[in-house]
Design a protein around this ligand. Structure first.
Ligand code: NAD
Length: 449
């Protein structure tokens, strides 16, 4: 089938590439000329495992094209996806300006009956706004062209996006009638050969399903962080507790890792946006507010541990200390630093007068863009280079390569021989046996308040 996709970010680029991979003829549109030029030269704007070779192969096979020319893309697509950003507005609600701008563009250029698919994460009722915006533009042109608006939220995980897209757990299709569902079923048929993954529903339920999924996952994380904070105070080790509850199939192992708080482009904004929708419809979202508040506090917790170690007695505190920071991306296997816990930590360290030597396997380019040049930040080429001249190590992102470091080498490198483990990667006993002080989340020295 011929497909057009608006937005070549994490979702649009991965979706377009995977649809091309199964044989569809895909045109990706973006307003960012530099990004489109780069993609046409084979420069992939994001880091996502497995994506680059797939983009290049499908581009070379002429199944995947990149353009800024919206009119030609709309003329090409039997199905037109909207996959642009929905960042938080000032009040926390989803900012729909990019989605609605695409809707108007579609209305201005539509020539033949088309299925318009909303893949961006959008509040309940957005499909109606998209439909109205397209209809308004068609009316202004004085033409009548039939079109459907379908909700098809995306569930890919950054860091695993290609695999998720090629083997989705479920394909949610929210539509008002059968005809567009049949079109979507044809489009996704290559992903359904093993078993049917399509879940059909009405548009509003599809829109809410995406928020419900992210809010549930964020709730699990905040719940565990809350229990970790209790564990810390009562002298328990959250890692034992985690293993003790994860074995219960009703609870399960996923998303019960305590840590430095959730970040990224989805959970923070989606929890806020859902809470905002609830409030707009007259429901006080007590649980969602608590999930958000716990996460906000948790993002500051690593720095609290740092203060707990340094702000004692006659000590000068954190001022003048140098911290090696391992991991800047909001999670492993991505270069995405949107709402990353590292950003809060670095801001707090700088505010307190500390220096930072940071390393991330993939986010260095993004870090340079986010932080710019500054005297109190050295961006290093390796994890061990970050330790050179540092007093303490703080682990913020759980990249695999940080999991079994040489603790003796870390001990020799660090002036103050202390490790703050924001993801509970290490065994406190092993670290302490190497002569290092250890602070984890809800365990280790963090037990001794
Ligand atoms: P992104 O910021 O990475 O990419 C958005 C792209 O849209 C940018 O390249 C931007 O230039 C482009 N764009 C903006 N206006 C445009 C226009 N008028 N025409 C064409 N292109 C335009 O965003 P993303 O992370 O891919 O997220 C997109 C949507 O998908 C959001 O609603 C997000 O919540 C949702 N989502 C994201 C993820 C994720 O893991 N990132 C997962 C599921 C759902």
């Amino acid at each position: 089938m011929r497909v057009a996709i608006f937005g070549t970010g994490y979702v649009g680029l991965v979706t377009g590439t995977c649809l091309a991979e199964v044989g569809h003829d895909v045109v990706c549109v973006d307003i960012d000329q530099a990004k489109v030029d780069g993609l046409n030269r084979g420069v992939i704007p994001i880091y996502e495992p497995g994506l680059e070779p797939m983009v290049k192969a499908n581009h070379a096979a002429s199944r995947l094209a990149f353009t800024t020319d919206a009119a030609s893309a709309i003329a090409h697509g039997q199905v037109v996806f909207i996959a642009v950003g929905t960042p938080p507005d000032e009040d926390g609600s989803a900012d729909l300006q990019y989605v609605l701008a695409v809707a108007r563009t579609i209305g201005r250029h539509l020539q033949v009956p088309t299925v318009v698919v909303n893949k961006s994460t959008v509040p309940v009722g957005t499909a109606d706004k998209v439909r109205a915006a397209i209809a308004e533009e068609l009316a202004a042109r004085g033409v009548e062209i039939a079109f459907d608006v379908v909700s098809n939220p995306e569930f890919l995980k950054e860091g695993d996006a290609v695999a998720d897209c090629m083997r989705p757990d479920r394909i949610i299709i929210g539509a008002a009638s059968d005809a567009p569902v049949a079109v979507m079923r044809r489009l996704y048929a290559p992903f359904n050969r093993n078993h049917d993954r399509v879940v059909e529903m009405d548009v509003r339920s599809a829109e809410l399903t995406k928020y419900a999924a992210n809010a549930m996952l964020a709730t699990k994380i905040s719940f565990m962080n809350e229990i970790a904070n209790i564990a810390e105070r009562v002298g328990a080790d959250i890692e034992h507790v985690r293993q003790g509850i994860g074995s219960d199939p009703r609870i399960g192992w996923h998303f019960i890792y305590p840590g430095a708080g959730y970040g990224g482009s989805c959970f923070p904004k989606d929890v806020q946006a859902l809470a905002r929708t609830a409030a707009q419809y007259g429901h006080a979202p007590l649980l969602l507010q608590a999930v958000e508040a716990v996460n906000e506090a948790q993002k500051g917790h690593l720095f609290e541990l740092v203060q707990r170690h340094y702000d004692r007695g006659e000590d000068e505190g954190v001022r003048g200390k140098t911290f090696a920071v391992w991991g800047l991306a909001f999670k492993p296997n991505t270069d995405d630093m949107r709402e990353a816990s590292s950003r809060r930590l670095l801001a707090q360290l700088w505010e307190a007068g500390a220096q930072v030597r940071a390393y991330d396997p993939e986010a260095m380019h993004e870090a340079r863009r986010v932080f710019g040049e500054r005297d109190d930040l050295a961006l290093c080429d390796s994890a061990f280079e970050a330790l050179e001249g540092a007093d303490a190590l703080i682990v913020v992102t759980e990249w695999k390569q940080f999991r079994s470091p040489d603790f003796t080498r870390i001990r020799q490198a660090l002036g103050d021989a202390v490790v703050f483990d924001g993801r509970n990667l290490y065994d406190p006993r092993e670290i302490e046996a190497a002569g290092l002080a250890y602070y984890g989340i809800g365990r280790g020295r963090s037990l001794h308040v």
